[in-house]
Design a binder for this molecule. Structure first.
Ligand SMILES: Nc1ncnc2c1ncn2[C@@H]1O[C@H](COP(=O)(O)OP(=O)(O)OP(=O)(O)O)[C@@H](O)[C@H]1O
Ligand SMILES: [Mg+2]
Length: 535
C-alpha cells in the first residue's frame, strides 16, 4: 500500500492514499520516517510523523505498514534503553553511531542473542489461551511465555533458542514465536481488576509514612521549576520495592537521563541486592529528541510495563514529565487544526489522561496470577500554578497527589512535599498493612506526627503576635519537635546514605523523635523549664 505526500505542516503530513486505517503505522518519504495515521480524510489521511520532518518534499512516497504502531514484547527488554518508538539506543549507536537520523528501523529485541527456555508443557498436551507454556531465563526473572492460542502442542523447544525462529508449534500447524507485537494504544488484556491494597514502598520517609503509594495505584508529583521532581522520580526508581521499573524521560533534559543511566550501571537494588539495571527499562524521549514521539513514548512504555505485569510481577512506571507529553499532544492537535480547549490543550486532554491512568491497577492475569502496574508521574505546571489543565485533569484521575512546594525547595527542604496539602487515597489500606506487618505503633505515630505538624502551624500564627518567648513551655516544646520532624524526618538528602529509608528505619526514626518529645513534656509537667530540659 503506497501513496504520495500531499502536504506538510510541521510534524503532520497529508497523504493521498486510500485504504489506511486510523492509528496505522506508516513510513513517510524516501527516508522512511515512522508515522501514525491520526485522522482519515476523503482521499487519504493525516499522518503524525514521529521523527524530524525537515527535508521531506511533496510527492515523496508513503508506505502503509498495514498494522498499528506497535511494540515488540519478548525476553531481553530488561536493562534496555529505548527511544519513544522502542528503538534500542545502545544497538543503534553501535550500528550507525551517535547521531541517529530518521527512518532507522531496528528491532527492540536482539534476535542474535540466545535465551534459555524452560518448557512447562509437554508434547501432546492440550493448551488453553492464557496457559504458561514455559519461561525464558531473563536475569533474575522467569520470563513467562503465555499462550495466545488453544490447541494441542506438537513441539516446544527446551534449552537455548533464538527469537528469530519459532520456539514451538501446535498440531494444527500454528507456530509459537518467542516474542510478539502489541499495538501501543490498546491495553493488554487481563481476567479482572482487583482492589488495590498492598503498599508500594518507595524508601522515601515522607511518602511511605504520610502519603503512601499502593501497588497498582497512581500518584502525581506536581511541582514548579526546580522543586525536585526529577530527583524524587529518580530516587523512587532506585529504591522502590517492585520487580520491574520502567522509567520514561519525557521531554526533560537529556543530560539528566544520561547521568541516571550511567549511575544505574553501578547500583544494586536495596531489596534484593541484584543489579538495579537488571530490573529497569529506560525509555528516553528527552527534550533533544523529536517532540512528536513524546506523545507515543508513554504508550510504548506502558505497553512494556503491562507485558511484565502479565507475568504476575509488580511493575512501576515512572515518567518525567507528563506535562511535556501533554504539550506534545497540544502541538499535534494544533497542527491538525482541532478546536482548542483550555490553554490550547485539546478538549480530549482529560479523557486521554484518564484512559492512560486506567492502564494502571492490580489485575488477575490471563494465567491466573496477580500482577500490578503502578504509576508515579511528575507534572510541571507552568509557574507552579496547580489550577492549570494538566494538573487538574491528573488530579481527577489519580489516587495520590504529592504537591512539591516552591517555598520548601527554596529553603532546601527536600523532598519538598507539602505535608499539609498533599494527599493519598491509599492511606487506609497502607496503614492496615503496616499495623499488621510492622507494628501497631505505625498508625499512632502517623496520627501524632500529623497532629504536631498541624498544631505547629497554628502556634506559628500565635507566635507572630505574642513572640516566640511569649508561648508556654509546652507549646515551645511542640514547635521544637515539629522542627525536628521536618528537618530530620521529612527531609531526606538524595545524595547521602539516607536517600533510602526502609519502613523499619522510618518507624524507628519517628519513634525516637516522639519519645524525646514525651519525656521532655513529662519533665515540663513536673515543673521543669524547657531551657533546662533541652538547653
Ligand atoms: N532529595 C533531595 N536531596 C538533595 N537535593 C535535592 C533533592 N531534591 C532536589 N534537590 C536539589 O534540587 C535541585 C533541583 O531538583 P530537580 O532537578 O529534581 O528539580 P525539578 O523539579 O526536576 O526541576 P525542573 O522543573 O527544572 O525539571 C537538584 O539539583 C538538587 O540540588
Ligand atoms: Mg526535572
Amino acid at each position: 500500500m503506497t501513496g504520495r505526500i500531499d502536504g506538510i505542516s510541521g510534524p503532520t503530513v497529508n497523504v493521498k492514499m486510500p485504504g489506511l486505517r486510523l492509528y496505522d503505522r506508516v513510513y513517510v518519504g524516501h527516508a522512511m520516517l515512522t508515522g501514525e495515521v491520526v485522522r482519515l480524510a476523503k482521499q487519504g489521511a493525516v499522518i503524525q510523523v514521529y521523527e524530524n520532518t525537515a527535508g521531506l518534499a511533496m510527492g515523496e512516497p508513503v508506505r502503509g505498514a498495514g498494522l498499528p504502531l506497535a511494540v515488540r514484547l519478548g525476553p531481553g527488554l530488561l536493562s534496555g534503553i529505548f527511544d519513544g518508538l522502542q528503538r534500542p539506543l545502545q544497538r543503534l549507536k553501535e550500528e550507525i553511531g551517535p547521531f541517529i537520523t530518521g527512518g532507522q528501523e531496528i528491532s527492540a529485541l536482539d534476535y542474535t542473542r540466545k535465551f534459555h527456555f524452560f518448557p512447562q508443557k509437554n508434547k501432546g498436551e492440550e493448551v488453553k489461551q492464557g496457559d504458561i507454556l514455559g519461561y525464558f531465563a531473563e536475569g533474575a526473572f522467569k520470563h513467562h511465555l503465555v499462550s495466545r492460542w488453544n490447541g494441542t502442542l506438537a513441539w516446544l523447544v527446551s534449552g537455548a533458542c533464538r527469537l528469530d525462529s519459532p520456539i514451538g508449534r501446535f498440531e494444527d500447524g500454528t507456530e509459537i514465536p518467542g516474542s510478539l507485537e502489541w499495538p501501543v494504544r490498546v491495553p493488554r488484556p487481563y481476567r479482572r481488576k482487583l482492589t488495590v491494597s498492598d503498599p508500594l514502598l518507595t524508601g522515601q520517609r515522607c511518602v511511605d509514612f504520610l502519603f503512601p503509594m499502593a501497588r497498582g495505584g497512581t500518584v502525581i508529583l506536581p511541582g514548579g521549576f526546580g522543586t525536585g521532581k526529577t530527583i524524587l522520580e529518580q530516587s523512587i526508581a532506585k529504591f522502590a520495592d517492585v520487580d520491574i521499573v520502567v522509567y520514561v524521560g519525557c521531554g526533560e533534559r537529556g543530560n539528566e537521563m544520561a547521568e541516571l543511566i550511567d549511575e544505574f550501571g553501578g547500583l544494586n537494588d536495596p531489596w534484593t541486592g541484584r543489579k538495579l539495571m537488571e530490573r529497569t527499562i529506560f525509555v528516553a524521549n528527552t527534550s533533544n529528541m523529536p517532540v512528536a514521539a513524546r506523545e507515543a513514548s508513554i504508550y510504548t512504555a506502558v505497553s512494556m510495563a503491562e507485558y511484565y505485569r502479565d507475568m504476575g510481577l509488580n511493575v512501576l512506571l515512572l515518567a518525567d514529565s507528563l506535562s511535556r507529553w501533554a504539550e506534545a499532544l497540544r502541538e499535534i492537535s494544533s497542527s491538525l487544526e482541532e478546536m482548542p480547549g483550555e490553554e490550547g490543550y485539546p478538549t480530549y486532554l482529560a479523557s486521554r489522561l484518564s484512559s492512560f491512568f486506567e492502564r494502571a491497577g492490580t489485575v488477575e492475569t490471563l494465567s491466573g496470577a496477580t500482577g500490578s502496574l503502578s504509576m508515579i508521574l511528575s507534572v510541571s505546571p507552568p509557574g507552579g500554578d496547580f489550577t492549570e489543565p494538566v494538573t487538574q485533569a491528573c488530579m481527577r484521575a489519580t489516587g495520590g497527589f504529592l504537591m512539591l512546594d516552591t517555598t520548601l525547595a527554596h529553603r532546601r527542604h527536600f523532598p519538598a512535599i507539602n505535608w499539609l496539602q498533599s494527599y493519598s487515597l491509599y492511606e487506609k489500606s497502607a496503614m492496615a498493612y503496616f499495623n499488621g506487618s510492622l507494628s501497631p505503633a505505625w498508625e499512632e505515630a502517623i496520627r501524632r506526627c500529623r497532629d504536631i505538624l498541624s498544631r505547629e502551624m497554628s502556634l506559628t500564627a500565635v507566635a507572630e503576635i505574642v513572640g516566640h518567648d511569649g508561648l508556654q513551655d509546652a507549646d515551645r516544646l511542640l514547635m521544637r519537635t515539629a522542627e525536628t520532624i521536618r528537618q530530620e524526618f521529612l527531609c531526606q538528602n538524595a545524595y547521602t546514605e539516607d536517600a533510602f529509608s526502609p519502613p523499619e528505619k522510618t518507624l524507628a526514626a519517628i519513634a525516637a523523635i516522639l519519645q524525646g518529645h514525651d519525656s521532655a513534656a513529662e519533665k515540663i509537667t513536673k515543673g521543669g523549664t524547657l531551657d533546662e530540659i533541652v538547653p
